[in-house]
Ligand binder design. Structure first.
Ligand SMILES: NC(=O)c1ccc[n+]([C@@H]2O[C@H](COP(=O)([O-])OP(=O)(O)OC[C@H]3O[C@@H](n4cnc5c(N)ncnc54)[C@H](OP(=O)(O)O)[C@@H]3O)[C@@H](O)[C@H]2O)c1
Length: 286
């Protein structure tokens, strides 16, 4: 992914402690840019850190001048922070949202439908503000993000495999997935920020491979150097098991089992064309 025009400095990274944050800070530093990182916990990478809460009504006073903003925090925090960012000079915004805005829209679980609605509403607010205020914007919607040992998706599967030596699936686990690495997303965000074609557009960002949930689980076993042991359970039994295990699996919902049989796929052809999106295949290593 080659930048087509230079990144406008100063650069601010919101959500510096997210899965993507460390990779982005590293790349920015390697490119000779000194970013300012915002989060409530200190980032792992040595960068100028501003300990700030995005919902702080006095955010504008805490901020230094800024031109390019990368938003890696939940997008619903962004609309309230936009006036402060604009007041400090923001002219370019690259913000992460999620394909959950589509995949959870019709979920059987009310909380998931609420997440989808929050994402959609925040995207519309960000787009409206930027168009109104003359800020060039790009929205990036990743599918399932992984970063070996750090994420709550693929790494959680790895944790279960380590603990139990096997992985139960709901049904045959034939639903398609496109896991995307956090480092590829950092590279994609940088490329999008400097590609004129990516201005004022939204992209769904998928990983380099489309594979079934079962194949994805098998690759996790391979990444751990273990022989795959996948146990396919009737969906009703899996749902019951998930209910019993819920206290030990934060964020697990009844809808997770049902989704293992559903295709959650998107197309990143426009991102390939506009900013050279070229993510890796799914071969996690733990
Ligand atoms: N994880 C996934 O599979 C996935 C899939 C699709 C899209 N996404 C999107 O991709 C982005 C990165 O995902 P992630 O899972 O790494 O995000 P995450 O774990 O939710 O990280 C959120 C970041 O936002 C910061 N943050 C949260 N509340 C804040 C507040 N009030 N003030 C200041 N900072 C705040 C957190 O920092 P502190 O807690 O240190 O303040 C952290 O750096 C997010 O936009 C997410 O919605 C994630």
């Amino acid at each position: 992914m080659q930048p087509e025009n230079p990144l406008k400095s100063p650069v601010l990274v919101l959500g510096a402690t997210s899965l993507i944050g460390g990779h982005l800070l590293e790349r920015l530093r390697a490119a000779g840019v000194d970013p300012v990182a915002i989060s409530r916990r200190p980032p792992a990478i040595d960068a100028g850190w501003l300990d700030a809460d995005l919902s702080d009504p006095n955010l504008a006073e805490a901020l230094a001048p800024v031109a390019t903003v990368f938003s890696l925090s939940p997008i619903w925090l962004l609309p309230a922070a936009l006036p402060a960012l604009k007041a400090n000079g923001m002219t370019r915004l690259v913000a992460f949202s999620s394909t959950s805005r589509f995949t959870k829209r019709d979920s059987a679980v009310a909380e998931e439908r609420a997440v989808a609605a929050r994402l959609a509403e925040a995207e519309a607010d960000v787009e409206g503000f930027c168009l109104d205020q003359g800020v060039a914007w790009t929205l990036l919607r990743p599918t399932l993000i992984y970063d070996e040992g750090r994420d709550g998706n693929v790494s959680r599967l790895a944790g279960l495999i380590r603990r139990f030596g096997m992985l139960p699936l709901s049904g045959d686990g034939q639903g398609l997935r496109q896991p995307v690495h956090a480092q590829d997303l950092a590279l994609g965000a940088l490329a999008a920020a400097t590609a004129p074609a990516a201005e004022n557009r939204a992209y769904d960002l998928v990983g380099g491979e489309t594979l079934t949930y079962r194949a994805m689980a098998t690759r996790v076993f391979e990444g751990l150097g273990r022989r795959p042991v996948v146990v396919c359970l009737p969906p009703a039994l899996f749902a019951l098991m998930l209910k019993v295990a819920a206290p030990w699996l934060p964020g697990a919902t009844a809808a997770m089992g049902a989704r293992m049989e559903q295709d959650l796929t998107f197309d990143s052809g426009d991102a390939r064309r506009d900013f050279g999106w070229s993510p890796r295949d799914f071969h996690p290593r733990f």
